[in-house]
Design a protein around this ligand. Structure first.
Ligand code: ZN
Length: 175
């Protein structure tokens, strides 16, 4: 499923760190794009939230990279893709919607923070490696914290109204 390896079968620290890095890189990229989209909407407040989250995920990334050190040499390849709240993978994110509301942007963030947290929790639960367990537990806690922040922000914005994704510039036909 969307590039996430089975958390119950992580077999090495190298595999764990490579996957953790992929999760953090994807998150910081997506937050940067979400911030840009909110800037298009002149929503500086939500753009600021996403910029801050992009920074936090980059910090995670740097910490993981430092911790992993030589384990990453030789390049274990890992991949993680954000998905939309209803499931499909986000491939052309910039097109996901230029009419996307702050609420919808936050909803996407929440869904993917939860996915990351669940994955780290499952790794922590199943690994026999105490170091991996400790790092995975810590990352899971921090991702859970991100979920809570996103939820707090969602309270400030109304859910999307029906028809949000209709393009208002479409020609209107009449008989
Ligand atoms: Zn996060």
């Amino acid at each position: 499923m969307t590039g996430l390896p089975d958390a119950t079968s992580i077999s090495s620290a190298a595999e764990f760190y490579a996957q953790a890095l992929a999760i953090e890189i994807e998150a910081s990229d997506r937050y940067t794009l979400l911030a840009e989209q909110m800037e298009v909407h002149n929503n500086a407040a939500v753009a600021g939230v996403f910029r801050r989250m992009a920074e936090l995920e980059i910090q995670h990334h740097d910490e993981i990279r430092a911790r992993a050190g030589d384990l990453l040499v030789g390049g274990k390849k890992a991949r993680f893709s954000w998905i939309l709240p209803d499931g499909p993978e986000v491939t052309e994110f910039e097109k996901v919607h230029y009419l996307m509301s702050p609420y919808q942007a936050l909803e996407i963030a929440k869904r993917n923070e939860e996915r990351a947290a669940v994955w780290f929790e499952a790794v922590a639960k199943h690994t026999a490696d105490l170091e991996i367990k400790r790092v995975a537990e810590q990352l899971a806690l921090e991702e859970r914290e991100h979920v809570l922040w996103v939820e707090d922000w969602m309270k400030k914005y109304p859910p999307a109204e029906a028809g949000w994704d209709e393009d208002w510039d479409q020609p209107v036909y009449s008989e």
